[in-house]
Design a protein. Sequence first.
Length: 166
Amino acid sequence: MSEEDLENLPEEVVEEEPVSEDECIQIKKPVKKKIYKKTTPVEGEEPKPKRERSQAQKDAWAKCLANRTKNRQDRKVVQDEDAKLLSEYKKQLAKKTESKIVKKAVGIKKKQIIREEELDEISEDETPIEVVEEIIRKRRQPAPKKQLPAKPQPEPEPLKRVLTFF
């Protein structure tokens, strides 16, 4: 075996001391829940009848059902109104962005036409190419940034004279 093979071998496994049963965690086996099946009616015996509801319970249940349908309808109305408002907002937003895009396009087109006219005027003259390139370079340069006014500096305190006596 080469040295590389010896380096790649796993290290010796050290076995741990066996743990006592007291130290082990006891895990309980899950118990299945009992399943209740419907009992089949026995021949000859009638099943116990269900208890009848009182009139107050019946009235309360009818009131609950009516209240539920009313709440459903109210929520539906609110959702419809929200949907209408959202669609109107989206339409207005689309119109607004479209108008902004059109304005921007018109501005770009105007600038392009102005540049072409200026270049046409220059080209009709017999101006040298260097002058034309310089004009184009100046136009392409970003506008100079406005400088903020300098912060006023506090006036220095006048020097105090110190008198010493000997």
